[in-house]
Design a protein around this ligand. Structure first.
Ligand code: ATP
Ligand code: MG
Length: 396
């Protein structure tokens, strides 16, 4: 007998007039994610997404795993649909949840009746089914206050559904309702977490990575592509724009005072990222910056690097402690890749004594021997666009 998933919508239920648009986006996202796992029907009724396998070939476990990382879902459960009658509901629970029930010391039944034509109230339904279950499982006590196991019965428009406890969903908002932004993705711990956090707020994410061959290796580039791939588990597919940064870094090394190297380099990154972002329909940039973490992440340094762009720069980690960022990286599965020891272009030509409290005037002056426009134009010509998706082969 078949099993279906019910995904409960989170904050999006609250969004009044936009609710329709939010729901459509979520349904689209779920449909796209389910494709890989076979034939599924995906529909929304009564603020719930139904995910229903249409034949026996569907990979139900794979689909369930995927549903757990879809933003916009606050909780989800696997359930058994059945006819809207007491006998059918009782039989479905016995077949589908009977073993789980037997493993518990105590239980209760919780019912919800959104089909108001059903003849029993929720309380009556819980009492009736609870009574029958207690008789069928004499070793398991009824405890309505602190049950070890709860059986849920939902009487909805199409059918009744029975299930055990729901699991927490990925939360957040459906990807796409928050616009599109470009993350500056390094090989570090922070920027993949930043991308994940903005994706969680419904932002469709594209990425840009600066690499400095031969100062940084092919492995370093693969590491970044692998990080992007890992983030797509949550964000959906993304394009990574790989920008060759060698000429710019060498020009900075040869023509600028050392204490400003990192700041000037970061201004180039921001400006190039914004230009690519504009072409790709992005309305904001995302970085993994964190106040006070390194010399280039003081308020003054951020003012100087932010001055070259006029798009908003989202820094979702700016006020977080490193240990909390690491905890998220671990949870979303990017940490192990981030800590692989391949160098990043930021670590090439690092000044011994970086300027921590620069003024814009000082930095503009320090850049004056560079032909910024020509350097940026050539970097933009070098852009290689790589599409990544979670189901691609891992690169590392
Ligand atoms: P991360 O862990 O994300 O690398 P970080 O703490 O090492 O961050 P920085 O190296 O100062 O900090 O970089 C700050 C931000 O600049 C990064 O979070 C990222 O958004 C961006 N960035 C740094 N290096 C690169 C790069 N090579 N390509 C693209 N973006 C980069
Ligand atoms: Mg870094």
């Amino acid at each position: 007998m078949k099993e279906i998933f019910l995904l409960k919508l989170g904050e999006i239920v609250l969004k009044g007039a936009n609710k329709r648009q939010f729901e459509n986006k979520l349904r689209q996202n779920v449909r796209r994610r389910m494709k890989k796992y076979g034939n599924f029907d995906v529909y929304i009724l009564q603020s719930t997404v139904y995910v229903e396998p249409l034949d026996d070939q569907a990979d139900v476990d794979g689909a369930w795993e995927a549903c757990r990382s879809i933003f916009g879902v606050v909780s989800l459960c696997r359930c058994r649909p059945c006819e809207k009658s007491l006998d059918a509901i009782f039989d479905a629970i016995e077949n589908y949840l009977g073993d789980d029930l037997d493993c518990a010391k105590s239980f209760k039944v919780e019912s919800k009746r959104s089909d108001k034509t059903f003849p029993l109230t929720s309380i009556q339904l819980s009492q009736e089914i609870g009574g029958r279950l207690a008789e069928a499982h004499p070793g398991v006590e009824v405890d309505v206050h602190h049950p070890e196991y709860t059986v849920y019965v939902e009487v909805r428009d199409l059918s009744a559904y029975v299930h055990g406890p729901a699991e927490p969903g990925a939360g957040g908002l459906p990807i796409g309702v928050g616009g599109r932004a470009m993350v500056l993705l390094s090989g570090g711990i922070d920027s993949p977490v930043a991308a994940y956090m903005m994706a969680k707020r419904g932002v469709e994410v594209e990425a840009v990575h600066f690499f400095s061959y031969p100062y940084t290796s092919q492995l370093a580039k693969d590491k970044v592509l692998e990080l992007a791939r890992l983030v797509t588990k949550y964000s959906g597919r993304m394009t990574v724009n790989i920008v060759s940064f060698t000429e710019i870094q060498e020009a900075i090394r040869d023509h600028c005072p050392e204490e400003f190297f990192t700041l000037i380099m970061r201004r180039f990154m921001m400006e190039i990222a914004q230009r690519i972002a504009r072409c790709d329909g992005c309305g904001a940039l995302i970085t993994g910056e964190n106040l006070g973490q390194v010399a280039s992440q003081t308020m003054e340094a951020m003012t100087v690097t932010g001055a070259v762009v006029d798009m908003p720069i989202f820094m979702p980690l700016v006020g977080m402690d490193k240990k909390d960022i690491i905890a998220i990286a671990r949870e979303i599965g990017t940490l192990d890749t981030s800590i692989l020891p391949y160098e990043d272009c930021c670590t090439v030509f690092t000044p011994k004594h970086p300027k921590t409290k620069p003024t814009l005037g000082q930095v503009v002056n320090a850049e004056k021997n560079l032909d910024r426009e020509a350097l940026i134009a050539r970097a933009l010509e070098s852009v290689e666009k790589v599409k990544v998706a979670y189901h691609d082969e891992p690169l590392l």
